[in-house]
Design a protein around this ligand. Sequence first.
Ligand SMILES: [Zn+2]
Length: 331
Amino acid sequence: MTTRTQIYREVLREYEQLRAQEEADLRERKETLYQMVPRLRQIEQELSLTGVESAKAVLLDPAQAQEHLLALQEKGKVLHAERNTLLQSVGASEQMLKPYYRCNQCKDTGYVDQEMCACMKKRIMERLYDQSNVKELVKTENFNTFRFDYYSDQRREGQELSPRENMQQNYKKALDFTRQIEEGASLLLWGPTGLGKTFLCNAIAKEVLEQGKVVLYFTSGQLCRLFEAYRFGAKDEDVPKEDPMEDLLDADLLIIDDLGTEFSTVLTASELFRVINERALRKKSVVLSTNLGADKLVNQYSDRFLSRVRGTYEVMAFYGEDIRIRKKYEK
Ligand SMILES: [Zn+2]
């Protein structure tokens, strides 16, 4: 896991390495060609000399500068023509004497006129996605693919809204939420499984990632394993080398899906509280999803956990029939 600044630095370094590689490739290409046709090396030297001479001409003899420059231009043309003929004779082209850039806009510097190039923005975005844990799912589960018709439009007794109307409201709340990350808003998605909580978590993740923000997505099971692996150093490849806590506290948005389904221990419950509490203090956004009722949350975690969530989170209720069954029949 990494912060946005680290990602930015790493991407800048990638670009530097890329340019160094491209320059090395160019030198190699030139060397091969110059071995085949030694005259090409001389031409390059003569061409760079004409450049120096042009500058000199203007400085030393301004009165005659125009005349000198024209002569030098003519010389340049002749040299270029000779070079082209030589290159063609060995099946090469002038293009081979220039660096091959992956992006011609920024020439692989990442910047155009001090503005970040689109290619670099894209690369940073890829890195943000890579570390968020959501890469694959958001392709199919996002705000654009949400289906309200999976939810019943029949209101049951005691319900103020039909499940569909309720989901429309949740959808809007979730979308609004993605625009309040900087203010540190937090959400609790609450209700039985199979009603689209995870789907909405993914939709939120994608929307916030697209803003260029750091999002970390975990099921509560993954998160607890992370805590334990770090603390007890299980012999596992997933063991984080550095304390994951700082990243968990620092990400712009932390999503913990399916709270309560994990096997929690005293350690994981207290680490989880630390994350929730500390993020609330730092005014950092969290999305929690759970199907546990209030009493069970208190049981599994603690009442201070619940009161922290109650005090800071907007609650979004999910109800209706399990939509996974309807989805399955449609496939
Ligand atoms: Zn570029």
